[in-house]
Every structure is written in structure tokens, then in C-alpha cells.
Design a protein. Sequence first.
Length: 218
Amino acid sequence: MSVSFAFLTLFQVKSVFNMTAKEGRKRSVSALVAVGNGKGAAGFALGKATDRMVALRKAKNRAIHYLHYIERYEDHTLYHDIETSFKKTIIRMKKQNRGYGLHCHRAIITICKLIGIKDMYAKVYGSRNLLNLTRALFKGLANQETHKDLANQKNLYVVEFREECGPLPIVVAAPHGTVSEDPEPEDEVSNAKLEWDEVKAAQGMKKSIWANVKRTIL
């Protein structure tokens, strides 16, 4: 099966200098590239070479070689809220309804478009290093649990509450084996803690503290 990659993004190109005993100060180029087809398949890689174009080609070929398939809920968002980290970079992601859009760091928006994620809120804490941020994002997205995986793991039905159905839940996944009669303990329920003030502000639910301040015009 062949996979065509219609999208390729260059994140970062920088010059790196190393001191060697024989050649002295030696220059090389480092390129960070991400590829994706907009349908769940995406990858990223770092390429290094003495020439810029060679570094880009190496990064692109490696990114296509080391692909990830990212599960998407209804082909537009996450299956559940995620908290992921790599070194000093922490990313907290929240699934959103269709039409919400991408309210994230610029690099996360670009990668989500390569993957095919259209609706998500994300906040980055700690270091904004592009390589660490990219690794943390792919790590979190690749470790998602689909509704079917969660149902088989817990031996319980997975239900979802939707606005159009009111208080009635909708069964979105059922376990393969026998259904457990005991509910899931509260301490085992996953909870990616987000800064809700920031979420409300991003969703337009919270007004700015300067909204009602009268300005003096001179």
C-alpha cells in the first residue's frame, strides 16, 4: 500500500558549530521536518549535514520512514484529554466539539493540520523548544486509548453525553468479553488537569479584565 504525503512542513533550520582537534570549528546544518497526509499518518525527523538541502532531504526521508498513525475521534479531534511531557516541556490537550478549531501553540497547530486533527485546545508549559515540543506531542497522541481499547481494558461500556441527547448517554463502545458489574473506581478515572481560566478565555467564556475599563482619550 502506498501512502501519498501532500503536506510537508519545515519547522526549524539552524547552523551548528562543533570544535574538532584536526579541523577546528566545523559547521553543519540541522533541519527539523514534519510530514503528514491529513488522514492520521504523520511523522517527524531531524536531519543533519554540511549542506542545507542535504539536511532537508535527510530529514524528509527519515520522517517518512518513521511514521505514526494517530487515532482521531470522528476524524476531527482527540478521543480523550491528554497530558504529556518530554524533558522540560509539558503539553495538556483537551478534545473539542466539531467547529471549535485549533487553539494551540503555532507548532502544534501545524502538526495537527498534518495529522488531520481539526478541533482541539492545547496549552504548553515549561520549555518551548520545538524539537522537545514535537516529541512530546507525538508521544501523547500516539498513546491515546480509543473507546474500544478502554472498553476492553475496563470490561465496561463506554458512554458519551451529547448536547442533542440531553441527559441520556450514548454507548460508543462495548467490551468483547463479559461486562463487569462493578463501576470504575474514581481514583482510576483519567483526568488531565487544565488551567480552566485559560480554557474559558480561549473559548470566549471569560472576558478580559480590561473589558469594562474606561479609557481616557487625550
